[in-house]
Design a binder for this molecule. Structure first.
Ligand SMILES: *[C@@H]1O[C@H](CO)[C@@H](O)[C@H](O)[C@H]1NC(C)=O
Ligand SMILES: *[C@@H]1O[C@H](CO)[C@@H](O)[C@H](O)[C@H]1NC(C)=O
Ligand SMILES: *[C@@H]1O[C@H](CO)[C@@H](O)[C@H](O)[C@H]1NC(C)=O
Ligand SMILES: *[C@@H]1O[C@H](CO)[C@@H](O)[C@H](O)[C@H]1NC(C)=O
Ligand SMILES: *[C@@H]1O[C@H](CO)[C@@H](O)[C@H](O)[C@H]1NC(C)=O
Length: 301
C-alpha cells in the first residue's frame, strides 16, 4: 500500500514538473499576476503567438505599475499599432540572455532591431543597480520553456534615437542648443563613436540667460564650447546612476553635483547643479540625453 502511494506521489510530481517545463513565456508571465498590462499590449501587438513559439527569447518584462507611470503621450502613441509593436518588440531579445551576460554597457540587439544598453550602476549605499536602457531590472532569470524573463520596474520608453545630435534635432525645444553645438564644433563630437551623457537645456532655459551673456556666448567660440562641455561627460548615466550628493567630472573639467529628492524612480525629482530634469530620459545610440530647465553656469568660465 505504502509502495503504491509512493509511486502515485512520485508520478504526480513528475507530471507536475514536466508541465512546468512546458510553460512558455506567456504562461509564465500569466502565473506572475503582475503583467496584466504587458500581456494585454503583447496581444494587441500580435506578438503572443511569437512568444509562445520556439524561441528562445529573452523578455524584459515591465510590471503593471510601470505602465501606470507612463505619461499620457506614451499611451496616445500606443494607439498606433505599429509603434506599439515596435515598443513591445524592443522589450524582446532573440536568444536566451541570462543575467550572467548582463554586464555594464553590453548591447543586446532587440527584436525591434535597435540595441538595448545594459548598465550596472552603484547606488548611494554601494548596492548594485542593473538597468536596461536606464530602467531598473528588479528580478532576473525567471525561466520558461522557450526563454527567460527579467522583470523591470519601468517601461523602456521612448525608444532610442540615433546619435545624440540627430536625436536632439528630432526633439522639440532644442533648436537653440543645436545651433550652439554647431557653432562650438561639438555637433560632430556628439554624433561620433564615443558615448556621452548630455544635459540639454531647452530653448526656454537659454531664454532665461541675460541677453548680453547670450550674445557673448554666441560670438566667443571658446566660451561657448566650455559652457557646452560643462553639460556633458563621458559614459552613459541614465537616471538610476544618480543619487543625492553624487559628483561627476564634466568634460570641461569642473564637477557636476547631483541631487535626487524622493525614492529613486519616475516620481523622483532629479537635479544637476540646481537645474531640474524635465520629462523622460531620452536614450540615443551613443548615450543619453537629459533635458534640463536651466543653463548650468560653469565655475570656470
Ligand atoms: C500576427 O502574427 C502572425 C505570426 O505570429 C501572422 O501570421 C499574422 O499575419 C499576424 N497578424 C496581423 C494582423 O498582423
Ligand atoms: C542600494 O541597493 C541595494 C541593493 O541593490 C538596496 O538594498 C538598497 O536599498 C539600495 N539603497 C538605496 C539608497 O537605494
Ligand atoms: C533557453 O532557456 C530555456 C529556459 O532556461 C531553456 O529551457 C532552453 O533550452 C534554452 N534554449 C537554448 C537554445 O539555450
Ligand atoms: C516645448 O516648450 C513649450 C513652451 O515652453 C511647451 O509648452 C512644450 O510642452 C514643450 N514641448 C516639449 C516636447 O517639451
Ligand atoms: C544651488 O543653489 C543654491 C541656492 O541658490 C546655491 O547656494 C548653490 O551654490 C547652487 N549650487 C550650484 C552647484 O550652482
Amino acid at each position: 500500500m505504502a509502495y503504491k502511494i509512493f509511486i502515485l506521489v512520485l508520478g504526480l510530481f513528475v507530471t507536475f514538473s514536466v508541465a512546468r517545463a512546458e510553460n512558455d513565456l506567456i504562461d509564465v508571465l500569466r502565473d506572475f499576476q503582475e503583467f496584466k498590462t504587458l500581456l494585454q499590449l503583447i496581444q494587441e501587438a500580435n506578438l503572443t503567438d511569437t512568444l509562445r513559439g520556439k524561441g528562445p527569447f529573452t523578455v524584459f518584462a515591465p510590471v503593471d505599475r510601470a505602465f501606470t507611470e507612463l505619461p499620457e503621450d506614451a499611451w496616445k502613441s500606443f494607439k498606433d499599432v505599429n509603434l506599439l509593436r515596435q515598443v513591445m518588440s524592443f522589450h524582446v531579445v532573440p536568444g536566451n540572455v541570462t543575467s550572467s551576460e548582463l554586464r555594464n554597457n553590453v548591447l543586446p540587439s532587440s527584436a525591434e532591431g535597435q540595441k538595448i544598453r545594459i548598465n550596472v550602476y552603484q547606488n548611494a549605499t554601494g548596492g548594485k543597480v542593473l538597468t536596461a536602457n536606464g530602467c531598473p531590472i528588479t528580478k532576473i532569470d525567471a525561466k520558461a520553456s522557450n526563454g527567460v524573463i527579467h522583470v523591470m520596474s519601468e517601461v523602456m520608453f521612448p525608444l532610442p534615437g540615433p546619435s545624440i545630435t540627430e536625436t536632439l534635432s528630432r526633439m522639440q525645444n532644442f533648436s537653440f542648443l543645436l545651433t550652439a553645438l554647431q557653432k562650438a564644433d561639438l555637433a560632430g563630437t556628439l554624433s561620433g563613436d564615443d558615448t556621452y551623457t548630455f544635459f540639454a537645456p531647452t530653448n526656454e532655459a537659454f531664454d532665461k540667460l541675460p541677453p548680453v551673456y547670450l550674445e557673448m556666448l554666441l560670438t566667443t567660440k571658446m566660451a561657448l564650447s566650455d559652457l557646452l562641455e560643462f553639460h556633458m561627460f563621458y559614459d552613459v548615466s541614465f537616471r538610476p546612476a544618480f543619487y543625492d550628493g553624487l559628483k561627476i567630472r564634466s568634460l570641461q573639467g569642473p564637477l557636476l553635483t547631483f541631487n535626487v529628492k524622493g525614492p529613486p524612480g519616475p516620481t523622483a525629482k532629479y537635479m544637476v547643479n540646481n537645474a531640474t530634469f524635465l520629462g523622460l530620459q531620452q536614450p540615443a545610440s551613443n548615450g543619453v540625453i537629459h533635458a534640463i530647465d536651466q543653463v548650468m553656469i560653469s565655475p570656470e568660465p
